[in-house]
Design a binder for this molecule. Structure first.
Ligand SMILES: NC(=O)C1=CN([C@@H]2O[C@H](COP(=O)(O)OP(=O)(O)OC[C@H]3O[C@@H](n4cnc5c(N)ncnc54)[C@H](O)[C@@H]3O)[C@@H](O)[C@H]2O)C=CC1
Ligand SMILES: O=C(O)[C@@H]1CCC=N1
Length: 268
């Protein structure tokens, strides 16, 4: 890969992507460039990942073939204003932000600039991310194929219609946070029952990883997989009864709907 991928912002999401990319043999460190707001973050990224770190956004825009805007949604307008005039010919500007629509990108970029809206999640850092991509009219088939192959470095990629982006933000963008709360709670229970905390995190996280892999690889309905864990008159069904009484399913659904609602309300 001789294309340059640039990052504006290197916080949680930007750093997660950079960290995965430098492990990938086809992307040399010199093909990854970044900038961040503070000198501290710029130095940290430079020293940790040995990539080229530039002082300002327009410098990154000048060199990047793929330009990831890894800043918060409310900063998009300023950043797009800053980069608009400096972009490399044929560069693709990548929005990863919740609530930033293709229309907003279109309005704030020059007419012929290529761009794409994606919704990633932090597990991109370990190559198990889930990325949704909305392919707009600025991209041709080659661009889309190139983007799909780059993003597959980070995990799974699916092309979706734009009206599903709020749902995606809930089901894969934000949901890792819900799962971390669940893992933490499972481990708390094990600690309560005498297990060492670090061991408890391994047990809880591996159980979640295994259950997720079962859904993906067996393609069985999650309800059937659940039934196979619940031995008649056994231990698991006692726990399921508690979860049902405490409205676990409704809590997860409500949490997801709240995320999508917030994402929609931010929509520009
Ligand atoms: N954290 C997550 O799990 C996910 C985040 N996103 C999206 O990623 C974007 C970034 O989110 P986070 O990384 O969580 O936020 P963050 O606050 O951790 O990182 C944002 C970074 O942008 C930098 N920044 C701000 N203004 C800048 C400027 N003018 N020039 C260069 N850098 C600048 C900040 O210094 C900071 O390091 C957001 O738009 C969010 O919606 C999308 C999916 C998941
Ligand atoms: O909390 C947020 O706004 C971002 C978007 C999806 C995950 N984190």
């Amino acid at each position: 890969m001789n294309k340059i991928i640039g990052f504006i912002g290197a916080g949680n999401m930007g750093e997660a992507m950079i960290r995965k990319l430098i492990e990938y043999d086809d992307f040399k460190n010199e093909n990854i460039i970044a900038t961040a707001k503070t000198v501290e973050t710029r130095n940290k990224i430079k020293n940790t990942y040995n990539i080229k770190v530039l002082e300002n956004t327009s410098e990154v825009a000048k060199y990047a073939d793929y330009l990831v805007l890894a800043v918060k949604p409310h900063q998009y307008e300023n950043i797009l204003n800053e980069i608009r005039g400096s972009l490399k010919e044929n560069a693709i500007v990548i929005s990863i932000a919740a609530g930033i629509s293709s229309n907003f990108m279109r309005k704030n970029l020059n007419k012929n600039t290529k761009f794409v809206n994606i919704m990633p999640n932090t597990p991109v850092m370990v190559g198990e991310g889930m990325i949704a991509l909305y392919a707009n009219e600025s991209l041709d088939t080659n661009d889309i194929n190139d983007l799909l192959s780059i993003f597959s470095i980070f995990g799974k990629v699916e092309v979706v219609e734009e009206d599903l982006m709020d749902a995606v933000t809930a089901v894969s963008g934000s949901s890792p946070a819900f799962v971390y709360v669940m893992i933490e709670s499972m481990a708390d229970a094990a600690v309560l029952m005498g297990m060492k905390r670090d061991v408890a995190y391994t047990f809880a996280a591996q159980a979640v990883l295994g259950a997720a892999k079962m859904v993906l690889e067996t393609k069985e309905h999650p309800g059937i997989l659940k039934d196979k864990v619940c031995s008649p008159g056994g231990t698991t069904i006692e726990g399921i009864k508690e979860l049902e009484e405490k409205n676990f399913r409704a809590a997860v659904i409500d949490a997801s709907v709240a995320v999508a609602k917030k994402s929609k309300s931010m929509n520009k």
